[in-house]
Design a protein around this ligand. Structure first.
Ligand SMILES: [Zn+2]
Length: 146
C-alpha cells in the first residue's frame, strides 16, 4: 500500500474577506481603484443605496442568476444583452467556468462582512450546488427580517 501525502484541504477552500482589512488571494470586486481587472465582480445594476440591505440582497440574487447562467447551471434571459467588461453574457461560458472552478483561498471584495456576491463563489467552491442552495436559504431568511 502506498502512503498518500496528507492534503491540506483548507487551502483549497474559499472564504470571503474584506480587501481593506485582510490579505486576499483573488480580488473579486468590480474593476477600478487598482485592485484588479474586475473579472469576478458583481455587475448587477439594480439601483439603490449599497448600504441598504434590501439592495444588497437584490444585487446578490441578481448575481446568482448571472452566475448560474454563465456556469451553465440554469438558463436565464435576465442578463441577455448585458455585457460585462465588454463581453456578452453567455450560457455555460467555458472560460468563466474554468476560472471560477480554480478560485480558492481568500476571495476579496469591499463589502464583506456585509452580504456580498463573493459568497456565491465561496458557496460554489466549498459545496457546489448544495452550497448555492444553502446560501439562497440564508438570503431568504434575511429577506423576511428586513
Ligand atoms: Zn462585495
Amino acid at each position: 500500500m502506498i502512503a498518500m501525502p496528507a492534503i491540506d484541504m483548507a487551502k483549497f477552500r474559499a472564504r470571503a474577506v474584506n480587501v481593506h482589512i485582510h490579505a486576499y488571494d483573488v480580488y473579486c470586486g468590480r474593476a477600478g481603484n487598482g485592485y484588479g481587472d474586475g473579472y469576478f465582480g458583481n455587475y448587477s445594476a439594480i439601483p439603490g443605496d449599497a448600504g441598504d440591505i434590501r439592495v444588497r440582497i437584490a444585487r446578490v440574487k441578481d448575481f446568482l442568476v448571472c452566475f448560474r447562467h454563465r456556469m451553465g447551471l440554469i438558463h436565464s434571459e435576465r442578463w441577455k444583452g448585458v455585457k460585462i467588461l465588454g463581453q456578452p453574457i453567455e450560457f455555460g461560458e467555458i472560460e468563466y467556468r474554468r476560472r471560477v472552478n480554480t478560485l480558492h483561498g481568500a476571495l476579496g471584495c469591499h463589502c464583506v462582512p456585509a452580504l456580498c456576491h463573493v459568497e456565491v463563489y465561496v458557496a460554489w467552491i466549498n459545496d457546489g450546488p448544495a452550497g448555492l442552495a444553502r446560501l439562497e436559504a440564508r438570503i431568504a431568511r434575511l429577506e423576511v427580517q428586513v
